[in-house]
Design a protein around this ligand. Structure first.
Ligand SMILES: Nc1ncnc2c1ncn2[C@@H]1O[C@H](COP(=O)(O)OP(=O)(O)OP(=O)(O)O)[C@@H](O)[C@H]1O
Length: 678
């Protein structure tokens, strides 16, 4: 039912609601509050504590004229009283607020308490005059400035009148009984307008349970599908591997050896490998992919490695060419900017099986790229590819082995959730000799000192990255900001150093040229956008300056920092930021405190929630509305068990579960796969 059918929702309000993603009554019912104000516990004024959120029922005692503050804001103050004391309300830049109150009138105020110099104040409080009906726990919705909480609550209340026709119960009573879950109707009513705190808790639990159970079931079904496809390419462990290992410029770490064993065992089986390889930045994942691709080629099959950026694809290509040059293996690079003629040639050779190892970017996904006998698919940094894209590549072969590499360390339980259909290998050890990257957070007025320090490193023979401030996502601006920054450095701080620039809008050959020069130390300072974020490997670079660091998320900062500290030299990361919000300052501080990708990932989850952390939309998985993968581990584990049991006992096929089953099929379709559960 369209939202306009509700009383009081005219075209204007409907438009505002639509901008929140609410187009139907059902959308409104599932638009859950972001928070609640608890008015059940109305305290005497004298008992209020500094900084707490509180409600008071008071009478207007005195209305003061508007004043200007030192910073030019208008300040309005109103004094309120009740039998327990006096409290003032202050509002900034709302000069008309005083017209809304009359002396002696009773109001309910809700806001943050500030106690200073014996005066108790509520800053910018919400107020309601018809407060009788809104006592209790009240929902607070994420709204935009065109709507008010009051209007929103009215709309939701009306929507709740249609709950019977709009909302389906997916969980049968038998299951609800065992796990003490509210029925869906009660859960939705109580998540919007909780009867009391306990009912709010139960409502949340029920909705989280459903949300997580559906995803778990979807992932289990996917896993079942892949593991039941029995025929893959069984590959012997090539005798040549020993020779390859001897050619490496370093000894493999124990962690790398363990992972290689796991992968070779998988590839030997005639069921397809489906493995996630996790390893922190710089832990040495590339060589693992080289060994897997080599083994595949030695068995006479084709393998492919897809990277998220051209720079990285080229880097992998060059590494592989160099390492495998003693063997007669045809290797090709296929990226967006490969010339048309070359592309055609490469595509022809791939389809005829003349090329054994293909390295590339998204360009590999084009329809006309066909393989003769694709047996191994490796994707690097998979969180940048959607599940769908991975599937497109996999479908170019017949049940090939699949290896996904990621540098985002995800706590194990969460990894099991996100990649529920995959086995997991972890490189939990860095190559020997690595030192902690010393990280500093400085304000922009320290810039001169920062670049003095950069100069000193260069004098020692080392190299530096300068990551440019993020600008709006405009192609031109991106290039401009890099050029401007480089000019600025040339004219001021780094007059005598060789500076190069790199940004996403350069052609592949330009980028390649710059990267080669940087690798050969012909460029000492590389001013770049985040195109170097993932994977770029120049061990002689020991210092990275990240300008406007507060605009980056933690995971991204960690990736960027991972560009240094990749060799035996002591390395530094300097975050230059005029961070103002608590959140931004917190992020900077976390970076200075820890080098562990694992800890950073956990903090990131805490600060940003799971949706953004995983970029769930890219994964094709639904965004979680109520559950939080970090905080709701217990429900997560419980639903995992339930999912397993429902599938193993085949109870999911019972009539009771029919609606749930349909929902799961729908979910899998959204992920980009097509299976019916039977
Ligand atoms: N066992 C090892 N001993 C010494 N150096 C190693 C070892 N394994 C890899 N390296 C080197 O460490 C550097 C980082 O390796 P690699 O580029 O594979 O990291 P990565 O795991 O892909 O990191 P990122 O996620 O940042 O791309 C490279 O210079 C590589 O040659």
């Amino acid at each position: 039912m369209e939202i306009q059918y509700l009383k009081g929702v005219g075209p204007k309000i409907a438009k505002y609601l639509s901008s929140l993603g609410i187009n139907t009554v059902k959308d409104a019912l599932f638009y859950f509050p972001r928070d609640y104000e608890d008015r059940t516990n109305i305290k005497p004024i004298s008992k209020l504590e500094n900084d707490e959120m509180a409600s008071v029922i008071v009478e207007v005692a005195q209305i003061f004229p508007s004043k200007k503050t030192k910073t030019g804001k208008t300040l309005n103050k109103i004094l309120f009283k009740n039998e327990t004391g006096f409290i003032s309300g202050i509002w900034f830049n709302q000069p008309y607020i005083k017209n809304n109150f009359k002396i002696g009138e009773k109001v309910l105020l809700y806001g943050k308490v500030s106690k200073q110099f014996g005066e108790i104040t509520l800053v910018d409080p919400q107020y309601e005059k018809d407060y009788e009906e809104t006592q209790g726990i009240n929902p607070i919705y994420s709204i935009n400035k065109n709507l008010t909480q009051k209007i929103m609550r009215k709309i939701i209340k009306q929507a709740l009148n249609f709950i019977d026709q709009e909302v389906e119960e997916l969980l049968p009573e038998s299951l609800r009984k065992i796990y003490d879950l509210l029925d869906i109707k009660n859960a939705i009513i109580n998540i919007h307008f909780p009867k009391d705190k306990n009912m709010l808790k139960l409502a949340k639990r029920r909705l989280k349970f459903e949300e997580l159970l559906i995803i778990q079931l979807g992932l289990f079904e996917l896993k079942k599908k892949y593991s039941s496809s029995t025929t893959s390419y069984s590959m012997a462990v090539s005798k040549e591997l020993k020779a390859l290992k001897e050619k490496l410029p370093f000894e493999l770490t124990e962690a790398q050896r363990k992972v290689i064993r796991e992968i070779l065992i998988d590839m030997k089986k005639n069921t397809p490998m489906n493995r996630l390889l996790q390893g922190d930045v710089g832990s040495g994942k590339t060589i693992i992919s080289v060994i897997a691709l080599f083994n595949c080629a030695m068995n006479g099959y084709q393998g492919v490695l897809m990277a998220p950026t051209e720079i990285l694809a080229e880097q992998h290509y060059n590494t592989i060419l160099e390492l495998l040059k003693d063997w007669n293996i045809n290797i090709a690079l296929l990226v967006g900017s490969t010339s048309k003629k070359q592309k055609e040639e490469i595509i022809r050779k791939i389809s005829q099986g003349e090329i054994s190892i293909v390295i590339g970017t998204h360009a590999l996904l084009q329809e006309n790229v066909e393989f003769k006998n694709l047996a191994l698919v490796i994707t690097d940094e998979q969180h940048r590819f959607g599940v769908r894209q991975r599937a497109t590549l996999i479908n170019k072969g017949h049940n090939p082995h699949v290896l996904v590499m990621t540098a985002t360390p995800i706590p194990r339980t969460l990894a099991l959730f996100m990649y529920g259909d995959m086995d997991i290998s972890v490189i939990d050890q860095l190559p020997p000799g690595r030192q902690k990257v010393e990280t500093y957070f400085v304000r922009p007025n320290m810039r001169e000192k920062v670049y003095d320090f950069v100069k000193k490193e260069i004098e020692k023979g080392r190299q530096a990255y300068v990551i440019c401030p993020l600008v709006e996502e405009s192609e031109k601006l991106e290039a401009e900001s890099v050029i401007e920054m480089a000019e600025n450095l040339k004219n001021n701080f780094l007059k005598y150093n060789k500076i190069g620039i790199l940004h996403g809008k350069m052609s592949a050959s330009e980028k390649d040229e710059i990267m080669k020069k940087f690798k050969n130390n012909e460029i000492q300072v590389l001013v770049s956008t985040t195109v170097v974020e993932v994977g770029v490997n120049v061990p002689n670079a020991t210092i990275i300056v990240i300008e406007n660091a507060d605009r980056f998320g933690l995971a991204q900062l960690h990736q960027l920092r991972g560009r240094v500290g990749r060799g035996n030299y002591k390395s530094y990361c300097i975050l230059v930021a005029d961070a103002k919000t608590d959140d931004a300052i917190e992020r900077m501080k976390i970076m200075t405190k820890t080098n562990s990708g694992f800890e950073i990932a956990e903090k990131d989850l805490e600060l940003r929630g799971t949706g953004e952390f995983f970029g769930t939309r890219q994964h094709g998985l639904p965004e979680l509305k109520v559950a939080n993968l970090f905080k709701d581990i217990d429900i997560l584990m419980q639903t995992k068990e339930v999912a397993r049991e429902l599938i193993q006992s085949r109870r999911l096929l019972d009539k009771d579960y029919y609606k749930l089953k349909l929902r799961i099929e729908e979910l899998i379709q959204n992920i980009g796969d097509n299976i019916s559960i039977n």
